[in-house]
Design a protein around this ligand. Structure first.
Ligand code: B12
Length: 236
C-alpha cells in the first residue's frame, strides 16, 4: 500500500490519496482522470506508475490504460480536455509501458522475436505499444518500432533482424491510409518467412480480398495470446 498527503490547495482542503491492492481498475481510471482534470501532473504520473506496479499486464492494459486513454481522448475530442492534458496522460502511459517492455524483454530469450508498428499515416501508437508489452509478458521478445513507419523501413529492419512476425495495429479507417496497398508493399519488402499479423479497432474493416496471401487478422487478445504462446513453445 502506498499512501501520502498532498499539500492542500486551499486552507480547508486536505486530501488523502490512497492506492492499495484493493483499489479497483475503475477507481484507478477515475483517479487518473481527476488528476488530469486538475492539471496535477505529479499525481497523474504517480497513479499511472502505481497501476503498473500493482496490476498484471493484461488487467493493466485492458482495464486501466485502454479505458483511461479512450476517456481522455474522447474528452479531448469534445473539447473538455486540452491537448496538453491529453499529452500529460499519453506521456505518463508511454513511460510506464516502455519500462514494462524493457523489464519483460530482459527476461525473454533473444528469439523468437515479434516486431510491432503501425503503417504510414497511422499515428495511434498506444495499442501497438500495449500489444508489445503483452507479447513480451508472454515470454516472446518484442521489438517496438514506433508508429507511422514506411513499409520500406519495416522491410529493411526485418531483413536485418530475425523477426518471426510483424504485428501491425490498424486504428484509423483503412481507406484513409491505403492500408491494403501498404500491406501488399510490405509483403514484398519482408523476408518470405516473416508473417504479418493485423489487429486493432479498425482491422475488421480491412478489405480482406485485397490483402496479401499470408496476412492474419487477429480479432482478440486471447487469440494473440495463443499465437505468442505457441511461438514461445516452438523456440528459435
Ligand atoms: C488518443 C487518440 C488519438 C491521438 C493518438 C495519440 C497517440 N500517441 O497514440 C491523436 C490525437 C494523435 C489522434 C489523432 C487522430 N484520431 Co484518434 N483517437 C484517439 C482515441 C481517443 C484513443 C486511441 C487509443 O489510444 N486507444 C487505446 C488503445 C489501447 O486501444 P486500441 O488502439 O484499440 O488497442 C487495443 C486493441 O485494439 C488491441 N490492438 C491494437 N493494435 C493491435 C494489433 C494487433 C496485431 C492485435 C492482435 C491487437 C491490437 O490491443 C490494444 C490493447 O487492448 C480514439 C478513441 C477510441 N475510442 O479509441 C480516437 C480514434 C481512434 N481516432 C480517430 C480519428 C478519426 C483520429 C483522427 C483522424 C482525428 C483527426 N480529425 O485528426 C486523427 C488521425 C491521426 C492519424 N493519422 O493516425 C477515430 C478513428 C475512427 C476510424 N476508425 O477511422 C477514433 C476511434 C475516434 C472516434 N470516435 O472517431 N487520436
Amino acid at each position: 500500500m502506498s499512501c501520502y498527503w498532498r499539500a492542500p490547495r486551499e486552507k480547508t482542503e486536505v486530501m488523502l490519496i490512497l492506492s492499495t491492492a484493493e483499489t479497483t481498475p475503475a477507481q484507478r481510471v477515475a483517479a487518473i482522470i481527476e488528476a488530469i482534470e486538475q492539471y496535477r501532473i505529479a499525481d497523474c504520473d504517480r497513479l499511472v506508475a502505481e497501476a503498473r506496479e500493482g496490476l498484471g499486464p493484461c488487467v493493466l492494459v485492458r482495464e486501466v490504460f485502454g479505458p483511461v486513454l479512450r476517456e481522455a481522448g474522447d474528452r479531448w475530442e469534445q473539447g473538455r480536455f486540452s491537448v496538453a492534458q491529453e499529452h500529460m496522460l499519453s506521456n505518463a502511459v508511454r513511460r510506464q509501458l516502455t519500462y514494462s517492455l524493457d523489464e519483460f524483454n530482459r527476461l525473454a530469450p533473444a528469439e523468437p522475436c515479434v516486431a510491432y508498428t503501425t503503417l504510414s499515416g497511422e499515428r495511434h501508437e498506444m495499442g501497438s505499444l500495449m500489444l508489445a508489452v503483452l507479447g513480451a509478458s508472454f515470454g516472446v521478445r518484442a521489438m517496438y518500432l514506433g508508429p507511422d513507419l514506411p513499409v520500406v523501413e519495416v522491410g529493411r529492419f526485418c531483413n536485418h533482424v530475425p523477426v518471426v512476425a510483424i504485428a501491425i495495429s490498424i486504428v484509423t479507417n483503412p481507406d484513409v491510409i491505403d492500408a491494403a496497398d501498404q500491406l501488399c508493399a510490405l509483403r514484398e519488402a519482408l523476408p518470405v518467412t516473416t508473417r504479418i499479423w493485423l489487429g486493432g479497432q479498425a482491422a475488421g474493416r480491412l478489405p480482406t480480398g485485397q490483402l496479401p496471401w499470408d496476412c492474419t487478422v487477429i480479432t482478440d487478445i486471447a487469440d494473440f495470446e495463443l499465437r505468442v504462446t505457441a511461438l514461445r513453445k516452438q523456440g528459435p
